[in-house]
Design a protein around this ligand. Structure first.
Ligand code: AMP
Ligand code: ZN
Length: 473
C-alpha cells in the first residue's frame, strides 16, 4: 500500500510521495524549541512525534534530511534576557544544551541540521528584501517592516490555507507586532521589528534600520536555506498552524522563489497537544512537567517516550503519572520477553520473522496508527511468551523473533540494548564506571557500581570487558 499521511493542507490522508523524481530523498523541517526555558513534555510530545515521522520514513526506505531549527531570538527570549541581564547567547546556550541532552534521553535521532536563527540574519534580511521588492511587505511609520496580507491576496495568493479564516472581520492595514497573536487579530505581521529600548543589546543592522527579526520569518529563511524553496514535509504542534505556519507559507511563497507549480511545502503535519486535566500543557498555565522533573522522580527516558508515543499523533491525550507507571509495566513485559529470547537464541542469527514486521508496517503506513503498532507488539509478546513457556521455539526461531523486534524498535526506539538487554541509562552508568576505572578513580567506579546495583544490575569484569547482568527480583 505504501505510507499514507494526513496533510493539513488538503485535510485528508494522502499517499506520501516526495518531490524527488527518484522518490527516495525527503526534506523534512520541524519547528524546533524556543530556547528560553527547559522544554516541557508537551513540547516533547511534538519532538518525539517528529522523530517517529523521521524513523518511519527511514524504515520505509526514504533518505531523510531532517532539519530542526533553534529559535534563539523572539519576544519571550528578549523578555527573559532583559530580566536576567545576561547576553543573549549566554542565556540561550544553557537551554539549547539542555534541549540536546533531553533529545538524547528520549532516544530521538539527532536532526541532520539544527540551524539557529541568530546565525541566519543575512538570509532573513535577503528574504525580507525580496518581499519588499515584490510589493508584499512595507516599512511602517514605527520603522518595523510588515507583511501586507492585502497585497499578498491581491497577487492571487491565498492566505488561510491551513486554517479557515474570516476575512470579513479583517480591517486592512491593521498591524500586529507580537510574535504570538490570536486568530481574531488577522493582521499584517512583523517581519523586522525596529529596535526599541526594551530590546537592550539584542539588535542587528539592516537596510531598514537596527532591529531584530520576527519569529515567523526566521523559519521561512532557515527552512528554505536548508532544504530549498520547495520541500516535502513541515511539522509542528497544532498550535503552530496559525499564525506561525500560515505566515511561513505567505512569506515563502510571497517571495516567489518556488519553481513553477510547486508549493513551499508539499505536506504539512501537525501533532495534537498533550493535555493535563483536559487543558493544554503549557508554561503559561503552570501545569507542566519538564523531562528533568520526571527523571528526578525516578522515571526513565524510554518510559516517557513510550507514554508520548501511546496515542495517535492527531489525538490529544491527558498526561498522568499513572500513565507513566503503565508505560513502565508495558516496557517491562517487552524487556522480559526479549531477555528470554536472547537467552534462547544465543549466538544464532536469522532473518526477521515477517509476521510481526508486516503487521507493524501496515499499521504505520496507515497515517502512523501507533495504537495498532503497539497492539501488534503486545500480541506478539503474548504469543511469544506462550511459545517460550511451551518450549515450542528453536534457537533459530528465537533469533528470528529477536530480529523482528529489533526491526520494529528501529521505529519505536524504546528498546533495550541488543547485547545485554540493558536500557540506555544503565549502559551509560556502566560506561561511566568503566571510564572511572580506566582513570583509576576507583572510589567513583565503586559508587557507580553501587548505583547500578540499586537499579537492579550487577557488573562483572571479564577478560572481554565488563558484562552487565540483571539481578532477578
Ligand atoms: P516552543 O518551544 O514553545 O516554540 O514549542 C515547541 C513545540 O512544542 C511547538 O511545535 C509547539 O507546537 C509544541 N507544543 C507546545 N505545547 C504543546 C503541548 N502541550 N503538546 C504538544 N506540543 C506542544
Ligand atoms: Zn517554525
Amino acid at each position: 500500500m505504501g505510507l499514507r499521511l494526513f496533510n493539513t493542507l488538503t485535510r485528508s490522508v494522502e499517499p506520501f510521495a516526495p518531490l524527488d523524481p527518484a522518490g527516495r530523498r525527503v526534506g523534512m523541517y520541524c519547528c524546533g524549541p524556543t530556547v528560553y526555558d527547559f522544554a516541557h513534555i508537551g513540547n516533547w510530545r511534538t519532538f518525539v512525534f517528529a522523530d517517529l515521522v523521521r524513523r518511519t520514513l527511514e524504515f520505509r526506505g526514504f533518505i531523510v534530511n531532517h532539519v530542526m531549527n533553534i529559535t534563539d531570538v523572539e519576544d519571550k527570549i528578549i523578555k527573559r534576557v532583559k530580566e536576567t541581564g545576561q547576553p543573549l547567547r549566554e542565556f540561550t546556550s544553557r537551554y539549547e544544551s539542555a534541549f540536546f541532552e533531553d533529545l538524547q534521553t528520549l532516544n530521538c535521532l539527532p536532526p541532520h541540521l539544527t540551524p539557529r536563527a541568530t546565525d541566519h540574519i543575512p538570509d532573513i534580511l535577503t528574504l525580507i528584501g525580496q518581499l519588499i521588492t515584490r510589493g508584499v511587505a512595507y516599512q511602517a511609520p514605527d520603522g518595523s517592516v510588515y507583511f501586507s496580507i492585502e497585497k499578498y491576496r491581491g497577487c492571487g495568493c491565498t492566505y488561510g490555507q491551513l486554517v479557515r479564516l474570516n476575512f470579513d472581520e479583517m480591517r486592512t492595514g491593521e498591524r500586529v507586532k507580537n510574535d504570538e497573536y490570536a486568530k481574531e487579530s488577522l493582521a499584517d505581521f512583523a517581519l523586522w521589528k525596529a529596535r526599541v529600548p526594551e530590546d537592550g543589546d539584542v539588535f542587528w543592522p539592516s537596510p531598514w534600520g537596527e532591529g531584530r527579526p520576527g519569529w515567523h520569518i526566521e523559519c521561512s529563511a532557515m527552512s528554505m536555506k536548508a532544504l530549498g524553496p520547495s520541500f516535502d514535509l513541515h511539522l509542528g504542534g497544532e498550535d503552530l498552524a496559525f499564525p506561525h505556519h500560515e505566515d511561513e507559507i505567505a512569506q515563502s511563497e510571497g517571495a516567489g522563489v518556488q519553481p513553477a507549480g510547486q508549493r513551499f511545502v508539499k505536506h504539512w503535519l501537525h501533532g495534537a497537544h498533550l493535555l493535563v486535566e483536559g487543558r493544554k500543557m503549557a508554561k503559561s498555565l503552570g501545569n507542566f512537567f519538564t523531562l528533568r522533573d520526571l527523571l528526578n522522580q525516578g522515571f526513565k527516558g524510554r518510559e516517557v517516550r513510550h507514554l508520548l508515543l501511546s496515542a495517535h499523533y492527531r489525538e490529544t491525550f491527558n498526561f498522568t503519572l499513572d500513565g507513566l507507571h503503565g508505560a513502565r509495566t508495558a516496557l517491562g513485559r517487552i524487556d522480559e520477553c526479549v531477555g528470554k529470547l536472547r537467552e534462547l537464541a544465543g549466538p544464532a542469527t536469522a532473518e526477521p520473522d515477517p509476521a510481526l514486521v508486516n503487521r507493524f508496517t501496515d499499521a504505520l503506513d496507515d497515517d502512523l496508527n501507533i495504537s495498532a503498532t503497539w497492539a501488534a507488539v503486545f500480541d506478539w509478546v503474548r504469543d511469544t511468551n506462550r511459545r517460550l513457556a511451551e518450549s515450542a521455539l528453536s534457537p533459530q526461531q528465537a533469533a528470528a523473533a529477536l530480529a523482528a523486534w529489533t526491526c520494529v524498535d528501529s521505529v519505536l526506539g524504546v528498546g533495550a540494548s541488543a547485547e545485554t538487554g540493558a536500557p540506555s541509562d544503565i549502559l551509560a552508568l556502566a560506561e561511566a564506571r568503566a571510564a572511572a576505572k580506566k582513570a583509576r578513580d576507583f572510589a567513583k567506579a565503586d559508587k557507580l557500581r553501587d548505583e547500578l546495583k540499586a537499579q537492579g544490575w550487577t557488573v562483572e569484569d571479564t577478560p572481554k570487558g565488563p558484562k552487565l547482568k540483571k539481578v532477578s527480583p
